[in-house]
Design a protein around this ligand. Structure first.
Ligand SMILES: NC(=O)c1ccc[n+]([C@@H]2O[C@H](COP(=O)([O-])OP(=O)(O)OC[C@H]3O[C@@H](n4cnc5c(N)ncnc54)[C@H](OP(=O)(O)O)[C@@H]3O)[C@@H](O)[C@H]2O)c1
Length: 198
């Protein structure tokens, strides 16, 4: 299974650090091209900067881009053909941090409409980047990451990846159910720093 990250800012880099620390190789892309990610590559040699089209071909693609820029980022990507996209995004306007009007829909369902054929799993969005990239082993347990999705196999894959990274995954159900619980703003779970024992 190959893994990529689209978006190399605070959250994309935090995810890259998690993967790298766990010894998992991945590719990463931003809007400015691979050369602009030389510093990150020097820090994380097993995270290879690539063009966004190449990143989008991975079996599992983390998407971590400012909400308003996502349509541009994904518009010209190759067909998804069932590949998994992890929605690490929050529907916020930047820099005002006002909630985006989603017409009452779950943010991941709005995103899924932009990614026809992708199996979307919402995860890696509920903690700030600094906490997300810190050691997942905490207080004698493992930090909790939530995940939600409508495809059982895709969720299993991401649940296993979350475990491999050293976190405790908690399956919240569907995008419309669990996804709403974990979405920010609006859901009750974001910013909760929970630890699972055992
Ligand atoms: N920051 C947090 O603590 C946090 C926590 C949870 C969730 N989130 C969510 O994670 C997402 C990313 O947030 P962030 O804080 O990481 O933002 P950020 O630091 O501003 O980084 C955004 C990244 O998206 C890339 N990007 C923008 N437009 C693109 C395009 N057209 N094609 C490819 N890449 C593009 C940017 O590349 P360039 O720099 O090259 O333009 C940059 O690498 C947001 O949805 C946010 O709500 C953030």
């Amino acid at each position: 299974m190959n893994i990529s990250i689209i978006g190399a800012g605070a959250i994309g880099s935090a995810i890259a650090r998690n993967l790298s620390k766990a010894g998992i190789a991945a590719t990463i892309a931003n809007s400015r091209g691979p050369e602009s990610l030389a510093e990150l590559h020097a820090e994380l040699p097993n995270i290879r900067p690539v063009a966004i089209d190449e990143a989008a071909k991975a079996d599992v693609v983390f998407l971590a881009v400012q909400w308003s820029r996502i349509p541009d980022a994904v518009r010209s990507l190759p067909a998804w053909n069932g590949r998994i996209v992890i929605d690490a995004n929050n529907a916020l306007e930047v820099p005002s941090f006002k909630a985006v009007d989603l017409g009452g829909r779950a943010s991941s369902l709005v995103l899924a409409d932009l990614l026809p054929g992708a199996r979307v799993v919402k995860a890696f969005n509920h903690l700030g980047a600094a906490l997300l990239q810190s050691d997942p082993r905490s207080e004698g347990g493992r930090r909790v990451l939530f995940y939600s999705g409508d495809d059982a196999d895709a969720k299993k894959t991401i649940g296993r990846l979350i475990d491999q990274l050293g976190f405790a995954g908690v399956d919240l159900g569907t995008l419309d159910g669990g996804g709403r619980l974990a979405q920010f703003p609006g859901g009750p779970l974001p910013v909760l720093n929970l630890v699972k024992f055992g």
